[in-house]
Design a protein around this ligand. Structure first.
Ligand code: AMP
Length: 317
């Protein structure tokens, strides 16, 4: 039985389909959203397919959103990709449609939607969309859709570096390349940083605290972002940077927000950090999660917990 059979049957029933994804989108959120939209539009040209959410300034080269009116939601099928929980859906009207489908690869902490498909073994939601296309006779993978799905997989696997990359991930990527997508061009685009972001990397290493356990942390505050002329979204480009240090096992980066609270990015090479994220208004994958801290004191508390997590992990090795 095709594991996506119910979903494709639902899709066939609706004339208007709105595809949403999470706030502060990354390439996987945008890639899975746009890759699915292009695929459905190619298979069902008579349907209206819309993609929604805030545009991501630094990722406009990848995709830009449609303007979706309140009326568009009436009687529509809404599909979310890459969005673990409802507060993270990048459109409050996600529940104003007729039917809601969730497609995701994050832990299913909130099993929302009238239908859902969650596979935490998938490297990315883009990989799931590729599986969906492969499994459904009504759908065909186009070169155009493959471009976006490839970007999503590259984004979430850190260019096939993270342990979430499987044999299947590589096979899926191979199918995209067989269609003739410009993989090197996408890789190059995703590797690019501005001079300011390069300077931020230097500042980050200057500020990085590295504990003897292998836990590390850095704060990127307003003063630094103003000095370099970058915003919060651009600051996110250095989130994976501390992991390049061999002695660092898990790390957090705290980026100051306009309301003086902090967006926390947690990353790990082994110790599980998503429970820590959940304790601080966040969540995500075992090795990559996001959270929030109201002030620097809470950031320090999180760092101390991270030190304990890494220490316990090493004892258990
Ligand atoms: P970030 O550090 O914001 O890049 O997030 C890392 C990963 O955790 C991404 O896959 C996010 O989608 C996920 N994530 C971030 N915040 C949350 C949250 N509040 N709930 C669930 N997943 C999250």
């Amino acid at each position: 039985m095709n594991k996506f059979a119910d979903i494709i049957e639902t899709i066939k029933k609706y004339d208007r389909i709105i595809i949403l994804r999470h706030q502060n989108p990354d390439p996987d959120a945008l890639g899975s959203q746009k890759g699915l939209a292009l695929t459905l539009q190619a298979a069902f040209p008579q349907k209206t397919i819309l993609i929604g959410g805030q545009n991501a300034e630094g990722l406009k080269w990848l995709s830009t959103m449609d303007h979706i009116k309140n009326d568009d939601f009436k009687g529509a099928l809404v599909i979310t990709t890459d969005t673990a929980n409802t507060p993270r859906v990048d459109d409050d009207r996600y529940d104003q449609g007729d039917f809601l489908i969730k497609i995701d690869h994050h832990p299913n902490d909130e099993a929302y939607g009238d239908q859902l498909y969650v596979n935490t073994d998938a490297s990315s939601s883009s990989e799931i969309i590729a599986d969906f296309i492969e499994d459904c006779d009504d759908l065909t993978l186009t070169k155009e859709a493959a471009y976006y799905l490839y970007a999503g997989i590259v984004g979430d696997t850190g260019r096939f570096m993270y342990p979430s990359t499987t044999e299947h991930t590589m096979c899926v990527a191979g199918r995209f390349l067989a269609l003739g997508i410009d993989a090197a061009g996408i890789n190059q685009k995703m590797n690019e940083i501005t001079l300011q972001q390069a300077k931020l990397q230097g500042e980050l290493f200057d500020r990085l605290k590295v504990d003897e356990s292998g836990a590390a942390m850095a704060v990127i505050d307003d003063d630094l972002m103003n000095k370099l002329g970058i915003n919060q979204e651009q600051a996110n480009s250095v989130v994976s940077t501390p992991g390049r240090l061999g002695e660092v096992f898990a790390w957090l980066e705290a980026v100051q927000k306009h309301d003086d609270t902090y967006r926390i990015h947690l990353r790990s090479k082994g110790p599980v950090i998503n429970e820590l994220a959940k304790e601080h208004d966040g969540g995500g994958h075992p090795l990559a999660s996001g959270a929030n801290a109201k002030d620097l004191e809470e950031v320090d508390q999180m760092y101390n917990k991270l030190i304990k997590i890494v220490t316990d992990f090493k004892k258990g090795e």
